[in-house]
Design a protein around this ligand. Structure first.
Ligand code: GLV
Length: 308
């Protein structure tokens, strides 16, 4: 069995795989083309077109992240090879912490204190009850579900929304177009954790932002394409409809230097760092997947049509 790995820190992944599969040939993508060609499996995050085109006998591609949008959009991806993605694999808890940080930033008025500090302005703000701070979570995949349960466990009312109906303990679940409007109308903080697909691109547009309560805040650690950034800027601007936004992902990354989001006083920009794939937790899933393929057992694969 030959496995080619492509990700930052590929060496560590290579070592971990070599321990699990001592007889396998495991190579990183910085090996010369002959050594990285003709793999049985690719374990990759954002592989190059050439790495994909060099393969002739792939049995599967394992995407070392939760979102498959980059992979599915890479030219050279063979049509007939199953793609498997990581499901939670430790990213859910990292994401829950990122979202907690954002929710508390607004609920505990850190945005206001940061604005007061340069003016040496000593003024405390009332702390709203968590019970009065509904958090809307769009996207209830493995990560969205983990985040929804975590925030609900913290005492926030959580409204979750997904394309198809779901049931999650402690979370009010909504679905469909009507359900989306219901969540938006209530969410004091809106969190977007949907994948980038034809159905989600531009979902959070001016019309939908207008449904949020006055003073609502937005956290987008999902994908940059979910959100119309011009609409966000105007909702944050003169109308003052939205209080602020914490953004981790952008349609173009790195976010271009001239983007007004960098300098906006109500926006926090982070460089796509909310939930990096933790090797220790993800590696077992990768190993199980490889074993299942080798044993001819069924493996849940990505639905390329749906895009996730
Ligand atoms: C990161 O963006 C991921 O999809 O895992």
């Amino acid at each position: 069995m030959k496995i080619v790995v492509h990700i930052e820190d590929a060496q560590q992944w290579q070592n971990a795989l070599a321990q699990a599969f001592p007889d396998a040939q495991i190579t990183t993508s910085d090996a010369p083309p002959p050594a990285r060609a003709n793999a049985d499996y690719l374990a990759v995050w954002k592989p190059s077109e050439s790495l994909l085109r060099e393969q002739t006998r792939l049995k599967a591609i394992i995407n070392l992240g939760a979102g498959v949008d980059y992979l599915l959009q890479t030219p050279g991806l063979p049509d007939d090879v199953p793609v498997v993605k990581l499901r939670d694999a430790g990213m859910g808890e990292l994401m829950a912490d990122y979202v907690r940080y954002g929710v508390l930033h607004f609920q505990r008025s850190f945005d206001r204190y940061l604005a007061q500090q340069p003016k040496a302005h000593w003024l405390t703000h009332e702390v709203p009850d968590k019970a009065d701070w509904p958090v809307g979570i769009l996207g209830l995949g493995a990560i969205g579900t983990h985040v929804a349960k975590a925030l609900s466990g913290d005492g926030f009312p959580v409204l979750g929304w997904s394309r198809s109906p779901k049931q999650i303990d402690g979370v009010s679940c909504y679905h469909g177009e009507e359900g989306l409007a219901d969540v938006l109308r209530q969410a004091q903080t809106l969190v977007t954790l949907l994948p980038d697909t034809a159905a989600t691109r531009g979902l959070i547009n001016a019309e939908r932002l207008a449904l949020l309560p006055d003073g609502a805040s937005l956290i987008n650690p999902g994908r940059g394409t979910l959100l119309d950034h011009d609409a966000l800027l105007s909702a944050l601007g003169d109308s003052g409809h939205l209080r602020g936004a914490l953004l981790d992902v952008f349609a173009e990354e790195p976010l271009p230097e001239f983007s007004p989001l960098w300098q906006h006083p109500k926006v926090i920009v982070t460089p796509h760092m909310s939930a990096p794939t933790p090797l220790n937790e993800a590696i077992d899933q990768v190993i199980d997947t490889l074993r299942a393929f080798e044993a001819g057992e069924p493996v849940a694969t990505v639905n390329r049509q749906a895009g996730y």
